[in-house]
Write a protein that binds this ligand. Structure first.
Ligand SMILES: Nc1nc2c(ncn2[C@@H]2O[C@H](COP(=O)(O)OP(=O)(O)OP(=O)(O)O)[C@@H](O)[C@H]2O)c(=O)[nH]1
Ligand SMILES: [Mg+2]
Length: 258
């Protein structure tokens, strides 16, 4: 009798594809170092979403191994949205700033709960993490807690920060229907994630001063006022918008802390 052919080996489960999106506007000094610090064994695609920087940001980002997309219309949220779109079929999207304040070496820590299947949205908390002196001003810290108190009141989810460094399942992000094109993008995502009942985890992350270049937001009075106004408008718009009845799991949403 002919020997039976061995059964074909079961297909190895595919590792989820991870894209990292970095919004940039004139970050030629820090961008190379940021990209080189990204753990490439876990991140498949590094996307720099640039708003038409006038310096050598794009050139340096490419030289460091990133894919660059240029969306000339200004706007932090617009750049993040364009980056997420460019991530295509990726399963998980991580966002971090391009000024070197966030720590790319912590990407695995943010990814782990999503890869383990326990969470959909993992957000860094700088206020609960180790901060280099001068990396966050009192207003930023207070704004993070204030926003967290309001989202807790509205949706039962208490964040302690509006940290840009975050990871989200792509399918979850698609469901949120993000619209904000400005600095309100981060807050909008937090509010919508809480309202949608995503499984949310907040993890303390280390944060440092920007590695070079100029601040666009918190470093100037004008930038701070503009961002504060944007945050207020974003909060009001999202909180007041008509929404379908919440799914039962959304009403039970709680941020878990690590
Ligand atoms: N594509 C794009 N990126 C932007 C825009 N505005 C800011 N950024 C980027 O978004 C990130 C956060 O901006 P920052 O200037 O660092 O703001 P901040 O963290 O409040 O200020 P610092 O205290 O100086 O770090 C940086 O990577 C910027 O280059 C924009 O209009 N378009
Ligand atoms: Mg910054």
């Amino acid at each position: 009798m002919a020997a039976r052919a061995p059964a074909p080996a079961a297909a190895e489960p595919r590792r989820p594809r991870v894209a990292l999106v970095i919004p940039t506007l004139n970050e030629e000094e820090p961008i190379g170092e940021v990209i080189r610090a990204v753990p490439r064994d876990l991140v498949d695609d590094i996307i720099v979403a640039d708003s038409g920087s006038g310096d050598r940001t794009v050139e340096r980002a490419r030289a460091a191994g990133a894919r660059v997309i240029v969306e000339r219309r200004r706007g932090y949220g617009r750049a993040c949205a364009a980056g997420a779109k460019a991530a295509g079929e990726s399963d998980i999207i991580v966002f971090l700033d391009g000024d070197g304040s966030d720590r790319p070496e912590l990407v695995p820590k943010l990814l782990a709960p999503i890869l383990a299947g326990t969470h959909d949205f993992v957000i860094g908390s700088r206020t609960r993490g180790e901060r280099e002196p001068g990396s966050m001003n009192a207003l930023q810290i207070a704004a993070g807690y204030a926003a967290g108190t309001l989202t807790r009141f509205l949706y039962g989810v208490a964040y302690s920060d509006m940290c840009a460094f975050r990871a989200v399942r792509s399918t979850s992000l698609d469901r949120l229907g993000m619209r904000e094109m400005t600095y309100g993008w981060n807050l909008e995502m937090q509010m919508r994630a809480a309202r949608a009942g995503l499984r949310i985890l907040e993890i303390p992350v280390a944060y440092r001063r920007r590695l070079g270049g100029a601040s666009k937001v918190s470093g100037s009075v004008a930038g701070t006022i503009k961002a504060a106004l944007r945050l207020g408008l974003t909060f009001a718009r999202v909180a007041l918008e008509r929404q379908p009845r919440l799914a039962p799991q959304a009403r039970d949403a709680r941020v878990t802390e690590e």
